[in-house]
Design a binder for this molecule. Structure first.
Ligand code: ARG
Length: 586
């Protein structure tokens, strides 16, 4: 039983509440500001009205009624709070036991019961750069996918590739004018982007180019075989390039069906909007008014342009309807930044459709846009266009240089690594630096990227967490070298007293499950990152102040090895949720 529940039950008895109210009381418990004030605090403000007494009086009465037991050493009134001091060894035994014996590993829970969460993330555009903003979407989306799966949801990972739209008119225009097959074979997507940019530039001085591009895209929409086959080639080449990056990051999707794949559903969807009476003609285009639903003045959603071309918005409407029909999702989450208005329009148009069709189920309310802030300061030595592969390469190379420097300066702490191992470590550390950077702040805050900061082995960085993990593993290597058995996981024996550093660390350990749940509820992987940083920091305080392996004190050694084992398990699990490799040596 969780310690909070145990305390809540005692409080229920003292308050003469029915035992069923224990969960409600447990939720009222808070953490006192410091260890000297106990381990749990029960604020009495909320009871003042019902009990018709001032909170400090209630606290004093309650404290007098609470008896010490195996887990609670004492309960003391302090102002309007009752502070609980735990029996540290017993509490420690329970916390460590819970972490180490859970067959599923720490923190995993079945909250989802198999309900479906659709995550739409990454979604780069063919013939446009797979850039740093897409890394953020890729990363946040992959984190959320792992977090929801960890909590028992069935996750559908959707990579809704941007493979349709007027930009193809430009690419095809440029291809017909300047394209060289050899260059396309050689440089694939880089070349397509160059072509796109070249045509786009030309259109800025020559408006006729835009018109030609528009017509080429219309021919593509009408299924012109020659244009379609070009488009297909471009799509395949680009996708192959994206796949390399995904493989490198260890990310896969359940579907890579992009915007083009939903095309066959678009006409029927537009029909549906018309039949339901929610779509209207406006200056030759077909639109859905959404201001009233959204509650502010906003442009209508455009289903069809005046030239008959389909729109990004119409495709998203068709795609969302299809997802609902396919999965009956609990949530359909779009990890996309700076398209707030677009998604507000899509969700509102779908709400109007659902209403007009008389649906009892308001499923559009389950669609959400999880947006994120802007990354400043990213550039690579290759120049301004920030290609994801280039960023990953640079991170790896820099990590390698740092590791080599450390090894030269301090060969004892950083023994030279064999070449293959150095490659693997560099790649893992480089990725950790980038991936952790994305979640080191709340997703909506704008962040400034700096190569030197993100790669540091200290501070709020991915490499710091990996390094903490590697040091934990180092302790077990030393213990094994000294012939010490692995800690007894089922009921770790505890010495009669625990140091403050051990105790603080234990209190942090308890917070992992709640942090993962917060991350899911808030759609905020940063909650996991922040938690892991707190854990590693508490661990390092412990590590610097407490001797773990002490041949003169086998009981303390065993207890502390159990503590390190629990920290390592939680850290490794948490890093895994963030897609960061927990390294054993670094
Ligand atoms: N391809 C789009 C872009 O790069 C993102 C697509 C997001 N997903 C969606 N269903 N609209 O801006």
């Amino acid at each position: 039983m969780p310690i909070a529940t145990h305390i809540a039950q005692a409080l229920c008895a003292a308050l003469e509440y029915a035992p069923e109210r224990a969960e409600e009381v447990a939720r009222m418990l808070t953490a006192p500001p410091g260890l000297a004030m106990g381990d749990f605090a029960f604020p009495c403000f909320a009871l003042a009205k019902a009990l018709r007494a001032p909170p400090p009086k209630i606290a004093a009465d309650l404290a007098a009624r609470l008896q010490p037991d195996a887990l609670v050493a004492k309960a003391v009134a302090q102002g309007p709070y009752v502070n609980f001091f735990l029996q540290r060894p017993e509490a420690a035994r329970r916390v460590l036991g819970a972490v180490l014996t859970d067959p599923q590993g720490p923190g995993r829970r079945d909250l989802g019961g198999g309900q479906v969460v659709v995550l739409d993330f990454s979604a780069p555009n063919i013939a446009k750069p797979f850039h740093f903003g897409h890394l953020r979407s890729t990363n946040l989306g992959a984190d959320l996918a792992r977090i929801f799966a960890f909590l028992g949801y069935r996750v559908v990972r959707r990579n809704y590739i941007g493979d349709w739209g007027t930009q193809f008119g430009f690419v095809i225009y440029a291809w017909q004018k300047w394209g060289e097959i050899a260059l396309l074979r050689e440089r694939a997507i880089d070349y397509l982007v160059e072509l796109y940019v070249r045509a786009y530039r030309e259109s800025e001085t020559d408006p006729g180019v835009r018109e030609q591009a528009r017509l080429l895209f219309l021919r593509l929409e009408q299924g012109d075989p020659e244009i379609t086959s070009l488009w297909q080639q471009f799509r395949e080449l680009s996708l192959a390039g994206f796949m390399k990056t995904y493989q490198r990051l260890g990310i896969s999707f359940d579907s890579y069906a992009g915007e083009a794949a939903v095309n066959p559903l678009v006409e029927a969807t537009i029909e549906r909007f018309l039949r339901a009476g929610v779509a209207e003609q406006s200056q030759g285009a077909l639109v859905v008014q959404v201001s009233a639903v959204i509650g502010r003045e906003i442009a209508p959603l455009m289903l069809r342009k005046s030239d008959g071309a389909s729109t990004y918005a119409a495709r998203d409407c068709a795609e969302a309807l299809d997802r609902w029909q396919r999965y009956g999702f609990a949530a359909n989450i779009y990890v996309v930044s700076r398209q707030e208005d677009h998604f507000a329009q899509v969700f509102a148009a779908l709400t109007r459709l659902a209403e007009a069709e008389g649906w009892e189920h308001r499923w559009p309310a389950r669609c959400e846009n999880v947006s994120f802030g802007y990354v400043r300061g990213m550039s690579t030595r290759k120049g301004e266009a920030v290609w994801l592969e280039a960023v990953l390469d640079e991170a790896r190379d820099r990590a390698r240089r740092i590791r080599e420097e450390k090894s030269a300066a301090n060969p004892r702490a950083f023994p030279a690594l064999a070449n293959g191992e150095l490659d693997a470590v560099s790649e893992a550390v480089g990725q950790a630096a980038l991936l952790y950077f994305d979640v080191s702040a709340r997703r909506l805050s704008d962040v400034t990227f700096d190569w030197d900061t993100v790669l540091q082995f200290e501070g709020n960085t991915g490499p710091y967490l990996q390094y903490s993990h590697a040091r934990m593993c180092g302790i077990f290597r030393r213990a094994a070298a000294q012939g010490l058995a692995a800690p007894d996981a089922t009921a770790p024996e505890m010495p009669a007293s625990l140091a403050d550093e051990e105790w603080s660390l234990l209190l942090v350990l308890r917070g992992f499950g709640p942090a993962v749940e917060r991350a899911a509820t808030l759609r905020e992987p940063h909650e996991v990152a922040r938690y892991l940083h707190e854990l590693a920091s508490a661990y390092n305080v412990f590590y610097n102040n407490c001797t773990v392996i002490d041949p003169a004190d086998p009981l303390t050694t065993r207890a502390r090895l159990a503590l390190v084992a629990a920290c390592r398990a939680v850290l490794a699990t948490g890093l895994g949720l963030l897609g960061i490799q927990p390294l054993e040596t670094m």
